[in-house]
Ligand binder design. Sequence first.
Ligand code: HEC
Ligand code: HEC
Ligand code: HEC
Ligand code: HEC
Ligand code: HEC
Length: 196
Amino acid sequence: MVFIFGAQKKFGITLLISAALFVIVGIIKVFPSASHQGYAPEQPIPFSHKRHVAEQKIPCLYCHSEAEKSRHAGVPALNVCMNCHSVVKVDSPYIQKLKKAFSEGKPIEWVRVHELPDHVYFSHKRHLAKGVACETCHGNVQAMVQIEQKEAMTMGWCMECHRGQTTPQYVLKNIYPKQKAPHGPVAPVSCNTCHN
Ligand code: HEC
Ligand code: HEC
Ligand code: HEC
Ligand code: HEC
Ligand code: HEC
């Protein structure tokens, strides 16, 4: 009996720990950290920014042309790739996959890397209009073989730049062209700026 009781107690404790873990994991799942810093998922086709931007000198906006015009930078449609790849590197199995998808009218299912929660409002257009460079928020993309999220992109990260605390000098200069040592807030920090 004692032996059985002991075993049951052990089992009971294990059960309790499992339940506690289950609850903790549950809480983390329900309130996930918004930061995906360091996230660099594998893509369906190994598209390299290093190869296209650094080596082929293709400007960011050639492919992400929406960034200047709208909230989203967007990912280019396949016809943009086919401008070159209807003739460039056609022997590559990846380019053949690209061509096949294009001729069937199917998109490539790129894995989304940067993504804010739905309750946050963000606009590329607004930041580009004030001269904030892609690299300030996305890191040195032209050196990336595989895209990676470099910055935390938490509320604190947004706020610190808006308040003028972490704002790069070149952005401060755009906003305070008349100051010798530019400083000060660069954008609003009231809640309804980013949440509505
Ligand atoms: C030849 C086209 C092309 C050029 C030029 C290009 N990109 Fe991209 N970009 C893509 C494609 C395709 C993807 C989606 C696949 C991937 O994530 O690698 C992408 C993805 C991204 C992402 C991640 C999107 C996400 O899901 O969060 C960022 C950030 C990005 N590009 C920034 C840049 C920047 C900054 C430049 C210039 C330095 C640039 N890109 C130049 C085609 C391009
Ligand atoms: C302005 C021309 C241009 C555009 C637009 C372009 N590429 Fe490329 N791409 C190249 C060149 C040049 C190479 C390098 C070929 C080499 O290394 O010989 C290349 C290489 C590649 C490779 C590597 C192929 C291999 O097997 O080595 C992939 C994959 C690729 N591109 C995908 C894409 C995708 C996806 C898009 C559209 C989002 C795109 N490219 C848009 C010019 C372009
Ligand atoms: C002020 C910071 C900031 C700047 C500057 C910026 N981005 Fe972004 N980018 C973000 C954030 C934040 C997201 C996630 C947006 C979301 O989930 O709504 C994002 C998302 C993206 C995506 C994923 C698709 C999309 O539209 O959401 C791409 C591609 C991208 N950026 C490319 C670029 C390029 C190219 C530039 C420069 C022309 C640029 N970004 C400049 C912060 C920035
Ligand atoms: C590197 C600095 C920097 C970072 C990081 C940054 N912003 Fe901004 N933000 C600016 C500047 C500069 C403006 C332009 C203000 C203007 O138009 O007068 C701006 C404007 C905005 C506006 C428009 C404000 C208005 O006047 O209505 C929104 C919304 C916004 N940012 C959201 C975000 C969010 C969300 C993030 C984080 C995901 C973020 N920003 C990160 C610098 C930054
Ligand atoms: C410059 C943009 C910006 C401003 C201004 C801003 N927020 Fe946020 N907020 C964000 C971003 C981005 C996130 C998502 C990332 C995160 O959770 O850190 C967020 C997330 C949140 C969350 C969810 C937190 C969580 O853990 O999921 C709450 C609550 C919130 N904000 C409240 C506020 C309040 C209250 C204010 C005003 C004092 C405010 N925000 C001002 C950008 C902003």
